[in-house]
Design a protein around this ligand. Structure first.
Ligand code: ATP
Length: 377
């Protein structure tokens, strides 16, 4: 593999191949060698994959900056931009779908970390018109969010989604990462009949503040995550999230208290504090927010300590359904990542296999047990 050539193709901000390539990890996928970037480096996104044999590059999805206040956050971030589009930010799992090889290869689903998830690949082939799309757009990547209560990675409930579905929120060039402009991408997705995130409108940046405020109120009341504001060309994006989402994330983090870094927890509290100030929370409203925030910290943690005390399993709970072979491949994939999996049930429903399992949170379980046994800090 010609590292100098890849450095140029990736547009890396270093001239020294070793600077970038020391962060690549080699994985074998279906008889091919995938070189995967394990952390964002030198202007190249985490999860970027180079497939050695086919010379294909699949770019990682860029990180989306967050504003803590809408005013002046939105107008100042989009200074010089004529118009922005506002879309719902869905709470699921980022999956890039691309043909990472030669013409005629089947599309693969890449996780944010650049792993090929066999289960998600099988579901995407089943549920999205991939053959038709990639026949016309072979060098594009479909950036999707896998959402719903039955996925191996997230489990947020959405009205009208019983199991799981894909929503396409971006279409990019596979190698350069250049996005299709927002309006064209929405038309393209509509043509192929694929699901997309909700659309809240388009306006000049300062007018978007009010639209986002209204959208956030509505999404918050429905327990949904938030919005992404995008320049019309799709190049620049920012995100902003709801109070209910901050609290749900805190509840999740504190249900597995020794799994998540302190930064994770602190950043959610900071988001809530800035939101309270910008929203002009009254004393009563602030007290309500504070109580809710406190409850999302203490209740889940107490519940987990009780679970450990009572000998119950602790960890993330998931259910998956689909083709039996794809489910076997999923468990092999999770094993490869050294996760400890506890299967709760494994049964047939019609012609599908349904498995409920826990990704065991060993750090939290062991530390809690140690303290319950009288261990000191
Ligand atoms: P970062 O973006 O900094 O890497 P992160 O991995 O924690 O942070 P999130 O805070 O979840 O990611 O925000 C970015 C993700 O939001 C995207 O990677 C994508 O999976 C998801 N997303 C959901 N809906 C949309 C949307 N409409 N447009 C863009 N991204 C969306």
């Amino acid at each position: 593999m010609d590292r100098e050539d890849y450095l140029e193709r990736l547009g890396a901000t270093t001239d020294e191949p070793a600077d970038l390539f020391e962060h690549f990890e080699q994985r074998s996928v279906g008889g091919r060698t995938h070189h995967v970037l394990t952390a964002a480096r030198h202007g190249v996104e985490r999860g970027t994959v180079i497939v050695e044999e086919s010379d294909a590059v699949v770019r990682g999805y860029p990180s989306i900056p967050r504003v803590l206040v809408l005013e002046p956050g939105i107008p100042s971030f989009f200074q010089g931009t004529d118009s922005v589009a506002i879309e719902e930010k869905l709470d699921g799992f980022n999956v890039r779908i691309a043909v990472a090889g030669d013409d005629g290869d089947a599309p693969l689903a890449f996780t944010r970390g650049g792993y090929v998830c066999p289960y998600t690949t099988a579901r995407a082939r089943d549920r999205l018109p991939l053959a038709a799309f990639f026949a016309e757009h072979p060098t594009k990547v479909l950036c999707t969010e896998l959402i719903g209560p039955e996925t191996p990675y997230t489990s947020h409930d959405y009205e009208d989604i019983d199991s799981h579905e894909f929503r396409v929120f971006d279409v990019r060039d596979r190698e350069s990462g250049d996005p299709v402009p927002v309006a064209d991408r929405r038309t393209l997705c509509a043509e192929y009949g694929v699901g997309q995130p909700r659309w809240f409108g388009r306006s000049e940046p300062s007018a978007a503040v009010e639209t986002v405020r209204d959208a956030i109120d509505e999404l918050d009341a429905a327990g949904r995550e938030g919005v992404v504001v995008k320049s019309a060309d799709g190049e620049s994006m920012i995100k902003y999230t709801t109070e209910s989402h901050h609290h749900a994330e805190l509840a999740y983090a504190f249900s597995l208290p020794f799994e998540h870094g302190r930064d994770f927890v602190f950043s959610r509290i900071v988001r809530d504090a800035f939101q309270a100030v910008e929203s002009g929370d009254s004393d009563d409203r602030l007290r309500e927010r504070a109580r809710d925030l406190g409850e999302s910290i203490l209740h889940p943690m107490v519940s987990t300590i009780r679970d450990v005390r009572d000998g119950d399993q602790v960890g993330e709970r998931h259910t998956v359904r689909g083709d039996p072979d794809a489910i076997d491949a999923l468990f092999e994939h999770l094993d490869d990542q050294s996760l400890t999996i506890d299967r709760r049930f494994d049964r047939r429903e019609d012609d599908e296999r349904v498995v409920a399992f826990v990704k065991v949170a060993e750090s939290s379980r062991d530390r809690i047990q140690y303290y319950l046994d009288g261990g000191t800090r």
